[in-house]
Ligand binder design. Sequence first.
Ligand SMILES: [Zn+2]
Length: 447
Amino acid sequence: MRSMVCLSVLTLCVVRLCLAQESTSAPPTAASGHVVVVRTHALIDGTSAQPRANQEILIQGDRITAVYAAGTRPSPPGAQVLDLGNSTVLPGLIDCHTHIFLQGEIPAAGGYDIQLLKFPASYRAARAVVAARRALEQGFTTIRDVETEGAGYGDLGIKQAINEGYIPGPRMFVVTRAISTTGGYPLEGYAPEIVVPKGAQLIDGPVEARKAAREQLDHGADWIKVYMTHRSWVDEQGALVSQPTLTLEEIQAIVDEAHGWRKKVACHAYNGIGLQRALDGGCDSIEHGLELTDAQVAQMVKQGTWLVPTLAVYYYDPDPPETPTGKRDRKRVEVHGVSFRKALRGGVKIAFGTDVGGFVWTDPIAQEFARMVEFGMTPMQAIQAATSRAAELLGERGQLGVIAPGAYADVIAVSGDPLADVGVLKNVSFVMKNGSVFRSTLRQPGE
Ligand SMILES: [Zn+2]
């Protein structure tokens, strides 16, 4: 049943894609003077506190040029009018923490390790292409993909193929290989005599740290991703402990280098010493931030550090309760909601991120919205975290995550009211990226 549904959705999208591709054979940024008017019953524009009723969005090429009350202006001659009926229109969503090179690996099927040890790079790239399409189908028109997990610079090629119109997918901000230390990333647990590949670029010392950042930036990384904590467990007092990886000198070298290139640094950090070094070292975004102290919240506010929490992923498949990893899995969930509430109350800037790829791409990315609301955000705050706030994190304020003149024409629609139930964001019925319709399950009047 489930596979049949998936298949029909897939077929539909392929058909729609062909239409979209035909109309924009040139690269998306060079979309022609095609003029479209999107008519909407309710508009959530990404920045305003309230939705607006009965609006029209004028799109020319790949940009939004005007937004106005429906019926107050004649449509330009030759414009294509898309009446989205009773649906709610929003900016294309942004997921700031994805992994298109992961597929929610289950241990029984070889888990993480088999990806690096047995799968050809081409197989992993093929699946990454599918993952990218899945993001776009679900209304995520932009992603920050935070490392390829042993697939080297593979994200650069996927991004290029999307930008050149060869495959459908969101616009991508990529980090390439990511950085950790010896003893700070898988593959692990093999005989010491055997050299196995690692899922990130491992460095030791500030010289190697800076060199790794330079290499990645030189090859085209949009961001640098660093793992500031690695192993985690529950100690005798019942507290969550995470192993710190980079020293302060190492992370400072990376941040200094990246900032010199006007690029930013995303730091995976659970809690404790590693998270503190991330903050002291000047990281731009804390990924996960499972357990923030009051002092760390204050430091984040002062420094303008972002939090990308990724709540939902930690609810997946905990190990049995009495095992060390099972205890760890439950503790992560227990402290994470508390940390999120604390950050929210304290005024930390929060952007939407999910770690999808850590769970399968067939599951809804938008499940994260319900967790953000469960732990204290209003639905509008959660939506803005995935639109205008996420755009701000990416340095794209006014360009992405907003429906306003001058922004890229990334527009989605859902049936129902996401402010009453954020769950409706799991069923996106219309997706436009760069002014081209990728997906529409809505019937046009007269169809
Ligand atoms: Zn991740």
